[in-house]
Ligand binder design. Structure first.
Ligand code: HEM
Length: 270
C-alpha cells in the first residue's frame, strides 16, 4: 500500500505521528487576522463612502486620519503606518490561508466533485471564499501598495481622479471579491466558533446566513454607489488633472464658513 506524500518524512521514510498544538494555533491566528480585516473593511467602506455626504465630509475624514485636527497640520505618513499594519495583517492572513488551498489539480478535482455531489451551500461558499481570496492576493496588494506610497493623494478630487483615470475596473472587481469573501469569512467564523449559536443551532445558522447575504448586498450597493460618485466627480474634473481639494473656509480669502453642524474641533484646525 502506498503512503500519502504528506505522511512521509524529509528522507522519504514515513514520518512519526506527533501531537502538535501548531495546527490549532495557526487556525486561531487565521480566524483572528480575518476578523480584524473583516471589521476593518466595514469601517473602510463607511469612510470611503463619506463622499456621498459631500466633498467636505470626505475631506474631513481624510484629514482626520492624517492627524490634521489633532496636530494642526496634516501628516499623510500616519496613513502609511495604518496601511503598513493592514498590509502585514493581509499578508499573514493570506499565508495562513495558503495551507488550505488545493495544492494540485487532483486535489482541486476531488473538491469540485465533492462539491457537485454534496450540493451543500456551505461547501460551495468555501469554494467561493478560496476563489475570491486568490483574486485578492493581486488586486488588494496593488491598492495597498498605492496607498502605502502615496497616502497624501487621497481626497474628494484626488481619489476621484484616480478612480476615473483607470482604477475603477480594479476597484469594481475588488469590491465584489472583498464583500463576498468578507461576508462568507465572518459567517464561517461565527459557525466555527459557535458565536450566536443560541438554543437552536440550525435556526441560528439559517439566520446567520441571511445576515451574511444582507451585509454583502448592503456593502456592494454602498460600494457601487460610492464608485459611481467618484466617477462622476472624476468626469466633471477631467480637464483639471492634479487638482487638490481645499474647503471653502480654508481658501485665501475664505469663500464660506465650515458647515454649521460640524463639532468645534473639526472647524478649528488651520
Ligand atoms: C489602510 C488600508 C487602506 C486604505 C488607506 C484604503 C483607502 C482607500 C481609499 C482612499 C479609497 C477610495 C479610492 C481611492 O482613493 O483610490 C479606497 C477604495 C477601495 N478600497 Fe481601500 N484602503 C485600504 C485597504 C483596503 C483593503 C485591504 C481592501 C480590500 C481587500 C480595500 C478595498 C477597496 C475597494 C474595493 C475600494 C473601492 C470602494 C468602492 O467601490 O466604493 N481597501 N480605499
Amino acid at each position: 500500500m502506498s503512503t500519502p506524500a504528506n505522511a512521509m518524512g524529509a528522507t522519504g521514510a514515513p514520518a512519526r505521528p506527533r501531537n502538535s498544538l501548531w495546527p490549532a494555533r495557526l487556525d486561531l491566528a487565521q480566524s483572528v487576522s480575518g476578523l480584524i480585516l473583516g471589521l476593518f473593511m466595514w469601517g473602510h467602506m463607511f469612510f470611503v463612502s463619506s463622499i456621498l455626504l459631500g466633498y467636505d465630509a470626505m475631506w474631513a475624514i481624510t484629514k482626520m486620519f492624517e492627524g490634521y485636527f489633532f496636530f494642526g497640520s496634516a501628516y499623510p505618513i500616519l496613513v502609511s503606518f495604518v496601511v503598513a499594519f493592514v498590509f502585514t495583517l493581509f499578508v499573514v492572513h493570506a499565508a495562513l490561508a495558503l495551507r488550505k488551498f488545493p495544492i494540485n489539480y487532483r486535489q482541486y478535482r476531488v473538491y469540485r466533485d465533492h462539491m457537485g455531489m454534496m450540493r451543500h451551500e456551505d461547501t460551495t461558499l468555501w469554494y467561493w471564499q478560496v476563489a475570491t481570496g486568490f483574486a485578492m492576493f493581486f488586486l488588494a496588494s496593488v491598492h495597498l501598495y498605492q496607498m502605502l506610497m502615496h497616502p497624501g493623494l487621497v481626497g474628494p478630487l484626488e481619489s476621484a481622479e484616480r478612480v476615473w483615470r483607470g482604477w475603477w475596473p480594479l476597484y469594481l472587481v475588488l469590491l465584489f471579491c472583498v464583500e463576498l469573501h468578507g461576508g462568507i469569512g465572518l459567517y464561517r467564523l461565527a459557525v466555527k466558533w459557535g458565536w450566536f449559536e443560541g438554543a437552536n443551532p440550525n435556526a441560528s445558522r439559517k439566520n446567520l446566513k441571511k445576515l451574511k447575504w444582507a451585509l454583502s448586498v448592503f456593502f456592494i450597493v454602498l460600494g457601487l454607489t460610492t464608485l459611481a460618485a467618484y466617477m462622476k466627480i472624476g468626469y466633471e474634473h477631467r480637464y483639471a488633472p492634479g487638482a487638490r481639494y481645499v474647503p471653502a473656509w480654508l481658501q485665501n480669502p475664505p469663500q464660506a464658513a465650515p458647515p454649521s453642524w460640524w463639532p468645534r474641533w473639526l472647524k478649528g484646525a488651520r
